[in-house]
Design a protein around this ligand. Sequence first.
Ligand code: SF4
Length: 302
Amino acid sequence: MPSAYEQLLAATIAHVDDLKRGGVKYLPVDSESLAELNRPAARKAPIDPSSHTKAVAPAESAKSNALERPLARAVSSEGPVLTELIVDASVALSPEEKDAEMARIRERALACVKCPHLAKSRRNVVFGVGTIHTELMFVGEAPGMDEDQQGEPFVGKAGQLLTKIIQTMGLDRDKVYIANVLKCRPDTPGQRTGNRKPTLDEMNTCKPYLLAQISVIRPKVIVALGATAVEGLLGKTYGIMKLRGNWQDFNGVPLMPTYHPAYLLRNQSLTEKRKVWEDMLAIMEKLQMSINDKQRGYFLPK
Ligand code: SF4
C-alpha cells in the first residue's frame, strides 16, 4: 500500500505529465519552493570513510537507478555537486541515455538557485533549445528580456538573425542545439527594460550546466557567439575582433568564435556580414557539409 506521500507524488507527476501533453513547457515556481527543491535530500546511509566516492543520498540513488545511468557518480559530503552532471567522455551514450542525461541536467538547472539574485529576478531558466542529437552547437552569453519571458534562447531580433544564418547554412534551428553560458537573465535592478552583460563570476557559477550539456551532446563543432561567450567558454578576453575566424580548442572540441548576431544588427556593413558568413563556411567545411556556389558567394561585393 503506497504511503500518503507516495500517492501525492504519483498524483503530482501525473498532473505534470498531463500539462506536458497539453503543450505546457514551463511552470512558474516561487523562489522558496526552488530553494526547497534544490536542497540535498537527507542522508540516511552511512558514509564509508574508506571510499573516495561517498554513499549517495537515497533520493539521488533511486533517481540514478531509475535512469540506469551508465556511470559511477561522485557525490561530495555536502550533497550532489554540479560537476557530477558532466558525463565522462569515455562512456558511450545511446540516444535514449543522452535524452535521459539531458533531462536530468535540465531538471537540476530549472530548480537552480545558485545565484540568488538571478533566481529571484528571472521568469524562466533558459536552458537550451534544438536537438541534442546534433554535431553543431551554438553558445551565446545569456538570456535577454525576450528569452527570459519565453524561456528559450535567441528568440529576440538577434535570435531571429541567428535562425536566418542557420537556415542559410542549409540547416534548421531544430537541427542544431542553441544554449547560453548563463541560464538566467542577468538582473537589471531599477530598470524595466534593457539587458546587461553577465559577469565572469555569474558565468563561472553557471558553466557546469553548459559543460554538462556539451558532455551529453558531444558536438563536433561549437560556435561561440560574441566576446562574452568566448570569455565565458575560453576565459579569453583579448577581443573577438582578433579571435573570430580562428579555430580554438574547447576541451578537444573545435570552437569557432564569431560575432554575436546583435553586432550584425548594429553594423549592417557587407564586410562584417561576410566575416560571419566566412566563419559559417569554415564550420560547414569542418562538418563536411555540401556548399553550393550561391552559398560561397553570399555578401561578396558584386
Ligand atoms: S544563472 Fe545558472 S547557476 Fe545561476 S541561478 Fe541561474 S541556472 Fe543557477
